[in-house]
Write a protein that binds this ligand. Sequence first.
Ligand code: ATP
Ligand code: MG
Length: 425
Amino acid sequence: MSKYIQAVRGMNDILPQDTPYWRLLEDTARRVFEAYSLEEIRLPIVEKTDLFKRTIGEVTDIVEKEMYTFEDRNGDSLTLRPEGTAGCVRACIENGLTHHQVQRLWYKGPMFRHERPQKGRYRQFHQIGVEYFGLAGPDVDAELIIMTARLWRELGLSGLQLQINTLGSVEARAAYRDKLVAYMEQHLDQLDDDSKRRLHSNPLRILDSKNPDMQSVITAAPSLLDHLDAESKQHFEQLCGSLDAAGIEYVVNPRLVRGLDYYNKTVFEWVTDQLGAQGTVCAGGRFDGLVAQLGGRETPGLGFAMGIERLVLLLQQQVDGVVDVAPHIYLIMAGDGTSQAGLLLAERLRDIDSRWRIRSHCGGGSFKSQFKRADKSGAQLALILGEDEVSREVVAVKDLRQDKAQKNIDWNELGAFLQSRLDLN
Ligand code: ATP
Ligand code: MG
C-alpha cells in the first residue's frame, strides 16, 4: 500500500504546465460565444438521480453503468452530473427561462462517468457546453455548427471532421426502429451481449456501438436516412444548404445516432484521427422534446458539448507557444534591509503596470544561488538589490537573455525603463 493517499482513479490533477492550454481554450470559447451573444449559466454538480434517468434514458451506457450515484444523509438518491444538458433544462424550467423566451446559454465544468480510464477518457472530465432554447431551426442549427467551426479556427486547430446526420421525428424513428430490429434479429449471431440486450429496449443505440467486431453488421443495416419524414428531411436539406453556403465541409454519417436518448432531427460530431480511439471532441444536436419531457411547455432545444481534455490534447499537439507564464522580472535581494525594500519596490512596479509578472526571490541566499533561480525562472530581466543599491535608491538591471552590460537605474526611472525594455508577449 502506498504511503500517501492518491487521487481517485480517472480523476486528474491539472498541473501548471497544462493550465495555459485550458485557459486558452476556455478564454477563446467564451470570446467566440459572446460574439454570438450567448450568456453563461452556472449549474450544480449534483442533481437528483431521477433527472438523469428521465432525460438520458434508462437503457444507455451512462445510466446503466457510468453514473456516480449515492444516497445523501436524508436518503435521497443523488448523482454527480454525467453531462450538462439535463441540469440546464431543469434550471431553465425551474427559473422560468424557457417561458416564451429564447435562450442561448453556455456553461463549463466537471462531469463524472465511471468509465475505463484511458487517454482522452476519464472519470472526472470537463466539458464546455452550449444549449439553445425556443428556436426551431434549421437556421439556428447551422449557426450553432458554424460557431464551433469558428472556435476551431480561432484556436488554430486543424484536421477536425464534421459528421452530421438527422434522426428524424419521433414517429419516423419508431417506424425505422421496427425495420432495424427485424434486420438485427436476422443477424443475432453477430451481435455482442450489450447489443442483444438493447435489441428490444433501445435498438438505435446498437448503431452507436464502438465494438470493432460489430462494424460490418452496423454498416449493412438499413439507413435511417431512407425512413425520414418530410419535415425532418427538409430541415436537414436546409441545414446542409446553409453549411455549404458557409463553406463548412461535412460528411453525412447515417450511423451517427449519439449516445443519449433525447435527440431528434439534427445530430453532429466533430472528430479527429489524431487522438486514437477517443476521437470525438464535440458532439451535439437537437432535442425538441426534452423540455416538455421534464414538465416544461413544448420548447425546441439544441446544443452541444465538447470535451476539454481531448481538445487540450489536440492543442498540445498542434499549437506552439501557448505556454508563457514565465516571470518577466526576477527580483534578487541580498543584504540587510534589502528584502523589505524589494517588497515595496515590487509593489511600486505592480502599481505602474499590472501586466508585468514579477517574481520576488523570497527566503534569502547568496547572489549566486539567486541568479541561478532567476535564470531558471525564464525571466527576461533580473533586478538586483544589495545594501549599496538600497542606500542609493537604485537597482542593478541584468538582462538574462541577451548579452548586455548590467546597469544601475534609479527607482524613480525604473517604470519608464521597464516599459521600454520588456517584451510582454
Ligand atoms: P464517447 O463516444 O467518446 O464515449 P459520448 O458520446 O459518451 O463520447 P457525450 O456524452 O456526447 O460523449 O459528451 C460530449 C463530449 O464530451 C465527447 O465528445 C467527448 O469529447 C467528451 N467526453 C465524453 N465522455 C468523456 C470522458 N469520459 N472523458 C473525457 N471526455 C469525455
Ligand atoms: Mg461515452
